[in-house]
Design a binder for this molecule. Sequence first.
Ligand code: GLC
Length: 422
Amino acid sequence: MTETLAADADFSDRDAAARAILTGNDRGGYTVPTAGLYPYQWNWDSAFASLGFAQFDLERAWREIETLFSGQWESGQVPHILFHKPDPGYFPGPDVWGCTGPIPSSGITQPPVALSFATRLLAADPALGAARFAALYPKMRKWAEWFLRWRRDEKGAIFVVHPWESGRDNAPDWDNAMDAIDPQGVGYYERRDTQHVDASMRPTKYDYDRYIWLVQRGKALEWDDARLAQDNPFRVADPTMHFILLRALRDLYAAGEAQGLDTAGMAEQLAELEAGAQALWNPGMGFYDSYNCANGIWSNALTNASFLCWFAGLDAPEMAQHLSRVLDAAPYGVPSLAPFDPRFDARRYWRGPTWGMMNMMIGEGASERGVALGEEVRKRTREVIARYGFVEYFDPMTGAAAGGKAFTWTAAVWLAWAGKEG
Ligand code: GLC
């Protein structure tokens, strides 16, 4: 354990700085994750932004989610990026994706945490939120149902068709499926991310070639769900997506009931997802894990997504033991990969660093399920942000700041959770 900051340390200046990041990244109705590196509306970043705004401007918080849903496709899918205004500093842009939704967008989705957070906006002020929630509700249900229809394997687990869909871009979870891809014909392209952030903190060229190859493949299939489900070589059952969807449906169902909205079929959907979660239990390793749907091969990776089980409302005593081991090894928050895994890389994105927003879902979920370490996760997240700033992610061994600066979700997590007194 590291030496902790004084219990009575005054963090009020951080609150103001966090609010300034949110308002600084606000582009009018939507918030960019950070200027430069990520200049558009990203799906789950936007959900966290909304929760951050909810701490001081509830009206603006609702707008964030409404803007996100303005990009919803006819199928129910809500894209992972909405390209509201062109920005040449980003690659791959709208032309590479070639999508035809109501707003230029990417062709994949991201974890639907926005559904859960919409219910929190409602709870914060039911009078202000009831009508707005009711207007979003059928769209939210449609998105949840789209996952159940198009992103569920025969064992009942939710899978992703691109590493970016999970939101954990270069996690070891994808290695097996990525190895099977030969990115021939991907052609010349120019990465823009490494112009903003040091290449050692970003995914490798090996990964990037496959990311772009998969985008080209999806475009060739016209992002048709049925064709993607059949012809896409990348299908990995993912605890991030499964656990967040399970939580989303649980929250939506409870709020729908309370508001007297149509909840037909939701109890069954919830029961199916609960049962499907068992497919993600790796019996050999004794933890929640991802597997390649094509061959059933487990990732054998204890990641921060493994610990989202509590957020999903599941009890898992073994996971508390794993969390304890991981927190003993990494002093600055839950690492994206266990430090005792040989694939661990403390600075490389989703192969080691600790992320504030993942810590929030892990810590909150654990505390809700009576796991005492949940509060420890909050304290460590608070400390690492207070010391090193509102950056994209942190080295979990030293706390050092990494990735983009003035990051929306880190600021939001401070306001909504980490910076609050426990
Ligand atoms: C990266 C992250 C992803 C996030 C996006 C914008 O791609 O891996 O989770 O949504 O950046 O911040």
